[in-house]
Design a protein around this ligand. Structure first.
Ligand SMILES: Cc1cc2nc3c(=O)[nH]c(=O)nc-3n(C[C@H](O)[C@H](O)[C@H](O)COP(=O)(O)OP(=O)(O)OC[C@H]3O[C@@H](n4cnc5c(N)ncnc54)[C@H](O)[C@@H]3O)c2cc1C
Length: 295
């Protein structure tokens, strides 16, 4: 059943300070709304229980892309359209630019924000795997001050996170040091566009003297939250890419994932696809290894 607009009070915060004061005065009373592409769908389906909504969409301090020598900082209110079109994001963090281009339609990308994608907490969301393999930090702010947390520590469970009731997401910070890494991102969905992810795997890795000296793997829809594949990484770190290493990595992947099971796919299908994607990434890495040996 459709939601009733009269069941909700909607205000627009005029500034970041205004929003933080409202959150501090009545923690938990306000539900933040940015692009509204998640919350308005919930409203249309009659699933939006939030009686009081605070719009962040006019707060300029939340919408920025800042390029510093070592960090790329993206405001929580930045839309995926802005991310997709930004030249430095495309060159420094191409996996995030790619994820942005996958989110819904162009109209969707012009409303949907980075913070909304993260805080909504869907295990299938497209931005988180890229943020995880870039070792991003998330900056949370309240009237008490701001804190930076490794993004890998942000999600605690299904739609649960470390975000406190008086906090909002100010920014994501991405280190600018992945130029020489092998990078991989593959999303498997029903179609190429306008499709929620069935499985996605992202990766960044570096070869030094024939061995994997750095590796990060992350996945969508393989757990109740966006997931770093820590056990699989541990098998690969410091190794050459032998057949034994690849077999062990595949086994580690299957032991650490707990794929979601829903109307889009079964958990078993997702596990098979994840193993195939890992193999595809390892083929790319093996090619890099061979190239390094020739050089
Ligand atoms: C047609 C359609 C297609 C879609 N396709 C995709 C897709 O392919 N891939 C994908 O990943 N997603 C997809 N989505 C989901 C959605 O567009 C994204 O998750 C989007 O990034 C949500 O951002 P928003 O600003 O619209 O969030 P909102 O709906 O405004 O908010 C979502 C949640 O985030 C919270 N929030 C928002 N901003 C902040 C902040 N600064 N600090 C703290 N909390 C905050 C809100 O309180 C709420 O809980 C699709 C949605 C639609 C309607």
């Amino acid at each position: 059943m459709r939601g009733n607009p009269e069941a909700h009070q909607l205000i627009a915060a005029t500034s970041l300070a205004d929003a933080l004061a409202l959150l501090a005065n009545e923690p938990g009373a306000w539900t933040l709304i940015a692009g509204g592409t998640e919350l308005m769908v919930a409203h249309a389906a009659g699933r939006l229980s939030a009686p009081r909504l605070m719009s962040l969409s006019t707060i300029r301090e939340l919408s920025f892309i800042r390029v510093e020598p070592d960090w790329l900082s993206i405001g929580g209110g930045t839309t995926f359209g802005q991310i997709r079109r930004h030249a430095t994001i495309a060159s420094d963090s191409p996996l995030l630019a790619q994820a942005a281009a996958w989110i819904g339609s162009i109209a969707n990308q012009n409303r949907a924000t980075l913070a909304g994608n993260i805080v909504n907490g869907s295990p299938a969301a497209d931005a988180p795997p890229a943020l995880l393999v870039y070792d991003a930090e998330i900056e949370l702010i309240s009237q008490r001050g701001s804190r930076r947390v490794p993004y890998a520590d942000f999600h605690l469970g299904y739609k649960e996170s470390v975000l406190e009731r008086d906090e909002l997401v100010l920014a994501l910070h991405l280190p600018r040091r992945f130029e020489n890494h092998t990078k991989y991102l593959r999303k498997v969905g029903t179609r190429n566009a306008m499709a929620i992810t069935k499985v996605a795997i992202a990766a960044t890795a570096l070869f030094t003297e024939g061995r994997i000296s750095e590796i990060r793997l992350a996945a969508a829809s393989l757990a109740d939250r966006p997931l770093r594949l820590i056990a699989t990484e541990a098998v690969l770190l410091g190794k050459t890419l032998s057949r034994e290493t690849r077999t062990a990595a595949g086994a580690a992947l299957l032991s650490e994932v707990r794929p979601i099971d829903d109307i889009r796919s079964t958990a078993l299908y997702r596990a098979h696809v994840a193993a195939n994607l890992l193999n595809e990434f390892l083929d790319t890495l093996e090619h890099e290894q061979a190239t390094e040996q020739i050089a």
